[in-house]
Design a protein around this ligand. Structure first.
Ligand code: ZN
Ligand code: ZN
Length: 603
């Protein structure tokens, strides 16, 4: 009996066929999802020129009988969707059946499929079946799409640069491999292996296959749940970040979705642990009852709506912040050693992998000619350690006592009035004294701004400020805020203000400068002003202002006090701009640096 039912006409119309085949990545997506539906445990995607010349997908799935193989090329045939409701259910991969006829209508297709009993070979050109005959009995399906859009030159022109096409495909395959860690994915472009996952059902190993061992080691395990949601996955240490938001990957019930708001929450949870214009690598799977979600049925966008979204956001935010606050987040400066070959045994390169890091957002209408060179590179780290079954997470320890996150370290000196050298039995630490002081000040001012009292200092000589008329209007709106903070501030003639008193915590000797800057913060926040934003920006601004400048010598006692104050911080590891306050060199790394370790005897 045929597995393919003829699809309901209304449903067929809902799926805009033309939109399914937009570019190489949408073809790959369609074919790969067919392979997943066919219960494959191994899927190999081979491209020639990013897929513009050829896309070949080979799987080891259940295959098709001859009848289904032919029917697969006719419109509105589907083996997956039975009724409209299925479209809303995230558990299915959806949209089967409609895309393959569309793809076949604009390319030359060869299909070899076998269920192990019969083998079928079908050739299709421009949508017309050219040949059907019996073929190989290798179980599974191999489909080759040649010369995409050969008969629709207008669409061919619409294709982006090869780089963009390849980046889109890689991005898709990376994500689908993360959502199906139990399937082995191999992605090859012009004989270069871009991805080779092991299908061992281990998400961390899939992360390693995509991002490399160094990144995989720096992931933190996250697990949390409430009555409605269970969230599991990995988040990168704050020191690991990328220029694109594209590496924050959320799966819902095992399926990749795109939700801008979720990404924003994830990224904001890292606030002040990393620079604001850099983004973490995050892979989270959210398990939820399908009745609590609504999936956008547009076939190329995987947006999703959650019915208890506020609850979900709070859950994710809390989980990430809790983790970051219970870790020792000191970047470890690792010294790379040259590989030495021992006993004539060559380094095995049977898994030579190159990596395509998509260091940017994949957008529909972007300029295809930007950022092209910096992106393709070979990650040599992946050549070694392939047989190493367990990836040792570098930061697995949960530290409950806040003060113990910063280890006991002892200052021994100062470089260029800028970096404090510290030591303990584990190795050497370098503290950036400006960044450290900035962090201490930031938390101090944030506390003051967040818990205002009316203690203020009257000025012997009141300060007057002249503003432009538009600035004046903005400030007038926020006068009550300034008063609450302890400012005595009044209108003083046209577009002018007079400040007669200011809060006690305002930095001494910098009063008028600080007041002017606080006024500027309000003016710059104008459009989307909020108290949180104002406090954040004001604290950051004041903290930098009051921090020790570079090239300032301080005594050992002052260094000790600085380290102690840093230890008491909520986040001792980053300045408010997200830069590290300290870095760590292990004894072993120092030895490597001076060639004391390894094959030579220690002297
Ligand atoms: Zn600064
Ligand atoms: Zn800073």
């Amino acid at each position: 009996m045929s597995k393919i039912h003829v699809m309901d006409e209304i449903l067929a119309n809902k799926i805009a066929a033309g939109e399914v085949v937009e570019r190489c990545s949408s073809v790959v997506k369609e074919l790969v999802e067919n392979s997943i539906d066919a219960l494959s445990s191994e899927i190999k995607i081979e491209l020639i020129d990013a897929g513009t010349k050829q896309i070949k997908v080979t799987d080891n799935g259940i295959g098709m009988e001859e009848e289904d193989a032919v029917l697969a090329f006719s419109r509105h045939a589907t083996s997956k969707l039975i009724d409209e409701d299925d479209l809303y259910r995230i558990e299915t991969l959806g949209f089967r059946g409609e895309a393959l006829p569309s793809i076949a209508s604009v390319s030359k297709v060869t299909l070899d499929t076998s269920n192990g009993v019969t083998g079928t070979h079908v050739e299709v050109e421009g949508g017309h079946i050219k040949e059907t005959k019996s073929g190989s009995l290798r179980k599974g399906t191999c489909i080759t799409i040649k010369d995409l859009f050969y008969n629709t030159p207008a669409r061919l022109k619409h294709m982006k640069s090869l780089y963009t096409e390849l980046a889109n495909v890689t991005d898709y395959v990376n994500k689908i491999s993360l959502s199906h860690p139990n399937i082995k994915f191999i992605l090859i472009n012009n004989d270069n292996v871009l991805l080779n996952t092991d299908g061992s059902n281990n998400v961390l190993k899939t992360i390693k296959a995509i991002y490399g061992l160094e990144v995989a080691k720096k992931m933190i395990t996250l697990k949390t749940e409430d009555d409605d949601y269970t969230i599991e996955g990995f988040i990168s240490l704050p020191e690991v970040h990328r220029s694109s938001r594209n590496h924050m990957i959320t799966l819902v019930n095992g399926r990749v979705v795109r939700n801008i708001e979720l990404n924003r929450i994830i990224n904001d949870s890292y606030h002040s642990f990393k620079p604001d214009n850099r983004y973490p690598i995050v892979v989270l799977n959210i398990t939820v009852d399908p009745s609590l979600i609504d999936v956008n049925i547009h076939p190329t966008k995987m947006d999703i709506k959650f019915s208890k979204f506020e609850e979900l956001k709070t859950l994710i935010e809390k989980a990430i912040k809790d983790l970051l606050h219970k870790k020792r987040l000191i970047p470890h400066i690792e010294v790379k050693e040259e590989k030495v070959e021992i006993k004539n045994e060559p380094i095995k390169k049977n898994y030579v992998q190159s990596q395509l890091f998509v260091e940017r957002e994949v957008k529909e209408d972007e300029n295809p000619y930007t950022n092209e060179e910096q992106v393709l590179f070979v990650n040599e780290d992946l050549i070694e350690d392939e047989r190493n079954e367990v990836i040792e997470l570098e930061n697995n320890e949960i530290i409950e006592d806040k003060k113990e996150r910063l280890p006991e370290i002892y200052p021994v000196g100062l470089v260029h009035g800028t970096y404090i050298i510290c030591q303990n039995e584990k190795g050497m630490y370098l503290i950036d004294q400006h960044a450290a002081k900035e962090r201490i000040n930031y938390e101090y001012y944030k506390e003051k701004l967040g818990n205002p009292n009316d203690a203020s200092i009257s000025l012997l000589f009141p300060i007057t400020l002249e503003l432009s008329n538009s600035e004046f209007i903005i400030i007038k709106e926020h006068l009550s805020l300034l008063e609450k903070l302890g400012f005595n501030i009044e209108e003083f003639g046209i577009n002018s203000l007079i400040i007669k008193a200011h809060p006690t915590w305002l930095p001494k000797n910098y009063e008028s400068e600080a007041i002017r800057k606080i006024i500027d913060v309000i003016i710059n926040c104008d459009k989307d002003f909020s108290i949180e934003k104002f406090n954040e920006k004001t604290a950051t601004m004041l903290s930098c202002k009051m921090a020790i400048k570079a090239n300032t010598s301080i005594t050992l006692e002052e260094m000790e006090r600085l380290i102690n104050d840093l230890r008491n911080c909520d986040n001792p590891f980053n300045c408010p701009h997200g830069r590290p306050t300290l870095v760590f060199y292990s004894n072993y790394d120092l030895e490597k640096l001076f060639k004391r370790s390894g094959f030579e005897n220690k002297i």
